[in-house]
Ligand binder design. Sequence first.
Ligand code: PLP
Length: 433
Amino acid sequence: MSPTEKWLEKDRQYVSDALKIRFYPLAVKSGKGVVLRDFENNEYIDISAGWAVANIGYGHEKMASALQEQYKTLSFSSNITIPDNQMIQLSEKLAGMLPGEFKKKVWYGLTGSDANDCIAKLIPISAKRPRMISFMGSYHGQTMGSLSLSGHTAQARFVSGANVVKVPYPNPYRPPFGRMENLTQQVIDYIENEMFTTICPPESTAGIIIEAIQSDGGVIVPPDDFLPELRKLCDRHGIYLIVDEVKVGMGRTGKWFAFEHSGIEVDAVSLGKPLGGGVPISAVIARKEILDCGNALHLFTSSGNPISTKAALTNLSIIEEERLIGNVIEQGEYFKKQLFDLQTKHEIIGDVRGKGLALGVELVEDRVTKKPASEKTAAVCYRAFELGLLVFYVGVHSNVIEVTPPLIINRKEIDIAVAILDQAMADVERGNV
Ligand code: PLP
């Protein structure tokens, strides 16, 4: 048994299955830049960035020294009781990043799920209305509040809160009402004329939560006018608009927040995954009235701890100093073009879409019927792993290859990744694997 196999054997023996989605037999020892290494020192280019977390890449020197320094200076403070300067500084910075001339505050947790639990709890309390609206196919997390907001198939196995109404997401590749024309208006009308007049009157609706790009649902980009129209709908009825930016926020789409592409203001935004550059931290930035609607409503012992907040501050400064958002725009366009080129070679690619470095490649059995090629998608990802590329698939049909590389990726690394995807698809199409 190889050292990697030995670790995997112990993983099978001791680590809970409740924690696992394993795509291929890999355990890792180290990482640098966009590359992860196993215990035999095999190298893999990671274009998932560990589910969009390692945005500054692995093993960043500046982060390593900042964390060491912070640990020596102040290793912990339970910031829910005694605040330290890192958390306060980060709050000022994050509050300043949310567009809008209104008073803002910041809440902290440790993972995207607990940030969305903050939304599930505080939005109805603040609005004094009991219900929330979310979107079919959305993924907001695994804790009970965030799970209740989710409309993903992953959620269907659990009993979750009854006060969340799910509405269709405007998916241009698979329009929910079967027609592409006026997709935005179809969904807005459905909420306003169907939901509001039946099971979900606006007077009892506190907020609508949406992913600006529905990521785990299949990297779905709504029409450009959808968020502006949703904002108007919320304004017409005094409903909060909340955007979940846990996966696509913090620069991944070419702006700090993905919703900024549509020029709107939102009432709250949830953040997680890449916020701490790999160190667990989540946040909600929102209108002061939402996050100040009561004392001690949603707090954890380690909320806003100095190591996590130092990591987030350092992460933000790395993104600014290394001009990573500029790199996202440049490399995102290049990566997408390479994927469109792959589409001309591989009949299995039904659609290529995304913004910046949040890209998706949807695989289908037939471009006309659009039958999801779910098994082949798993086979392509597995074959890519064998060839040295780490990539995962998402989507309610498990047929969308998700491309969310570290934001530091360069052209050469993209070329290698695309060549491997090309080879993996060819092998799967020929039935060679
Ligand atoms: N929100 C979105 C949009 C996500 O993609 C995820 C995770 O995939 C979450 C929330 C939950 O984050 P976490 O797994 O860090 O709790």
